[in-house]
Design a protein around this ligand. Structure first.
Ligand code: COA
Length: 703
């Protein structure tokens, strides 16, 4: 995306409003009115074929009648005129279009959107929208939208796919006192998308945090790349929780890959903090826009009320923030600023007797102490203290330490005096909230931001070229056979090529061969049908386990063939596979799908009922790094089972993490060919004893 064009879109020095109207109530009137009300200092050119003045501004019949250059055209003409207007703007040399008009792909008219794009590409223009509210910027005194006013002043920038939500959030910024510099309605994203704007905002000195409302991305990988490169915190609220593609999936993994889970994984890999709802988005944005990340684990809580201290501690646990007792020297010093019955542990309870001085002294000492990584200050309104003065004492104490890289958040529980004090704090750069759990949630966001950025720093596992070569030969053979479903034996050849430890499986096409193979493998053995037409082998009666003798091998061979012919009379049966009966281990599933937004994506979960019933699985967009995979292993609800329960030894998590890394590099490497895969089950043994992929499935893309 052309940066110069984007700058003209975001910080235009002159604006034409094409479709400006003299009629109050029309969007073309409101945009002109908003530009004037917002205090825009650049030139405004209303364009209308018949009007002479609009809000005292001279009107031009077309952009060609304007003799000066124009940076941005805001388009408010009906949909049928938009392409003609775009052509005129292109000829005039306008580099940026902001198309407010609706009636494009959102109502099934992608053709109109494509036509618009073809014109703007020809002239090298960038297009925001169509189907948008427009753009707002406090620092540029720019309200090029039909939202009624500029947002409450601050350092966050919102990019939203919902225009209506922009207008609603704009109003909420005043009631919540969460400050924004810019608000951008992105609409149908025909051209300018989230990634383009995120990259541009990274160098915008008035934006300290990027806040996203996302319904769906078009190019997931471009989004991840742009977010990763950004130096500023990004927070996203993802709307739309429908499961997509699940019904048609042929693999286990395919049926479990809901859009929400994959987006959640992608956000983590992009270094994007998530918000759970609108309130949460505001709470977290406030903290991320005003404070540095929480870089360590030592959080100190100072309060004047035991109750709110306990509530904050409960919230900390809920958000996974460990609470530690303050070290001895901190406790000794803090004891000087509280009555004998106070507590200097953590939370530090100054008691209800606390006034400005105690808050000032204890905050100043604790915040500056090297033990402290972050500070949460709680205050309950009391008759002997003034909330605003407490807020000012806290701010003074923080400022006097001259420390800039430790976060502080405040919670003030009380009435309107507390509201005023909190507003004062926010205006002075300290995020302040009512309930203590909101403050702790804000601190959790600062911690999450730090942790996900750390995980990103490690490079992803890559694959070796020899493995790729072998895998592609196997794929070519399957394609030559006119198939997309691989047999277990073929899938295992690919797994082996990428260094995944599989239970060796060999094909028998006669009973005698099956007996011979069983003897080589050693009893007991497992026998399974090999047929590209039978994906779910057990359902077809195509699997026999724990076979202990020659006679049993012969019997199993015949039974499997009979069962499978009954299950699917026209199935092409290659024969019966004979493999070792792998010793018992904890069953896990590793798999992959080709997500429509993010491409190859790996899944991990515990096997059996955990995956069947509880859908206790987690995803990452491939490829992955070891730190991301280690996090995956802790993310599922049944994770403690891998740690060893009921006297069992812990499972070999290191081997499992390595397997998932290799698996992800395999599906990423072969993403032009592979649609879905499963390694299910994988048996994981005790620490140091590795694991084994018992069954394998690969479905190729249709070509
Ligand atoms: N050049 C300049 N002006 C033109 C023009 C052209 N080629 N063609 C028409 N106009 C003028 C019209 O004459 C009119 O001005 P007037 O009031 O002086 O007659 C003005 O453009 C607007 O046209 P009009 O036909 O009155 O349309 P409208 O104002 O009722 O609606 C839109 C126009 C763009 C607002 C409407 O089509 C639309 O898309 N609305 C939805 C917008 C939206 O909600 N977006 C955000 C979604 S989140």
């Amino acid at each position: 995306m052309n940066k110069e064009a984007l700058t003209k879109l975001m910080q235009p020095k002159s604006i034409a409003v094409v479709g400006a109207s003299a009629q109050p109530g029309k969007i073309g009137y409101t945009v002109i009115e908003n530009l004037l009300k917002g205090g825009y200092k650049g030139k405004i050119y209303p364009i209308n074929p018949t009007a002479t003045t609009i809000l005292n501004l001279p009107v031009y019949p077309s952009v060609n009648d304007v003799h000066e250059s124009i940076d941005l055209a805001v388009v408010t003409v009906p949909v049928q005129f938009v392409t003609q207007v775009a052509e005129e703007c292109g000829k005039k040399g306008i580099q940026a279009l902001s198309v407010i008009t609706s009636g494009f792909s959102e109502v099934g008219r992608r053709d109109l959107e494509d036509e618009l794009l073809a014109i703007t590409r020809r002239y090298g223009m960038c297009v925001l929208g169509p189907n948008i509210v427009g753009t707002l910027s406090n620092s540029d005194e720019l309200n090029a939208s039909f939202a009624p006013f500029l947002p409450f002043v601050g350092k966050a920038t919102l990019i939203t796919q919902s225009g209506a939500l922009l207008i609603a959030m704009d109003a909420i910024t005043y009631t919540r006192k969460v400050g924004f510099d810019k608000m951008i309605s992105i609409g149908n994203m025909a051209d300018v998308d989230f990634a383009d704007l995120i990259t541009w905002l990274d160098t915008d000195e008035n934006t300290s945090c990027i806040c996203l409302y996302i319904e769906g991305l078009k190019d997931g990988r471009k989004f991840i790349e742009a977010c990763r490169k950004t130096q500023k915190p990004i927070i996203a609220l993802k709307a739309g929780v429908s499961e997509h593609g699940a019904a048609a999936a042929a693999s286990h993994t395919g049926s479990l890959a809901g859009a929400v889970k994959v987006y959640g994984a992608a956000f983590q890999q992009a270094g994007v903090v998530q918000a759970s709802d609108l309130n949460n988005l505001f709470d977290r944005t406030l903290a991320l826009s005003l404070q540095p990340p929480l870089r360590g684990e030592k959080l100190l809580v100072i309060t004047n009320g035991g109750g709110v201290g306990v509530l904050a501690t409960d919230s900390a646990e809920r958000f996974g923030i460990p609470m530690h007792f303050a070290p001895e020297d901190v406790q000794v010093e803090l004891k000087k600023h509280m009555p004998a019955y106070g507590s200097a542990k953590n939370p530090v309870d100054l008691t209800g007797m606390a006034g400005n001085d105690w808050y000032y002294e204890s905050v100043k000492f604790a915040y500056a102490h090297p033990w402290t990584d972050g500070l949460v200050v709680l205050y309950c309104e009391t008759a002997i203290s003034n909330p605003l003065e407490i807020a000012q004492a806290v701010k003074k104490a923080i400022d006097e330490t001259h420390i800039k890289n430790r976060p502080v958040v405040v919670s003030m529980v009380g009435g309107t005096r507390c509201d005023q004090a909190m507003q004062w704090l926010v205006e002075n750069g300290i995020p302040a909230y009512g309930p203590p759990d909101q403050a702790m949630n804000a601190m959790a966001a600062l911690r999450e931001y730090n942790n996900i950025r750390n995980i990103l720093s490690q490079p992803s596992t890559t694959c070796d070229p020899e493995g790729t070569k072998i895998a592609r030969e196997v794929i070519a053979r399957v394609r030559a056979d006119g198939r997309i479903a691989m047999t277990e034996i073929e899938a295992k050849q690919i797994f082996t090529a990428y260094g995944l430890p599989v239970a060796p499986t060999n094909l028998a096409t006669t009973e005698d061969k099956a007996v011979e193979l069983a003897k080589v493998v050693g009893f007991p053995v497992v026998m399974k049908v090999v047929s590209p037409d039978i994906i779910h082998k057990s359902d077809a009666g195509g699997v026999k386990i724990n076979i202990k003798s020659d006679a049993a091998v012969r019997e199993a061979y015949q039974t499997i063939l009979v069962n499978c012919k009954k299950y699917k009379a026209d199935a092409n049966i290659h024969g019966v596979a004979v493999q070792e009966m792998a010793p018992w281990g904890t069953e896990v599933i590793v798999g992959s799908v080709n997500d429509p937004t993010f491409g190859p994506t790996v899944m991990f979960g515990l096997g059996g009922i955990f995956v069947e019933v509880l859908k206790d699985v987690t995803f990452r967009v491939a490829p992955v790094n070891l730190k991301q995979v280690e996090k995956m292993l802790t993310e599922i609800r049944s994770a403690p089972i891998l740690g060893g329960v009921r006297g069992e030894l812990p499972r070999d998590r290191a081997a499992l993490a390595e397997l998932i890394c290799r698996y992800a590099s395999m599906v990423y490497d072969l993403s032009d060919e592979i649609a879905e895969t499963d390694a299910n089950p994988v048996l994981v043994y005790e620490e140091g004893k590795g694991l084994k992929v018992v069954d394998a499935r690969i479905i190729l893309k249709r070509k």
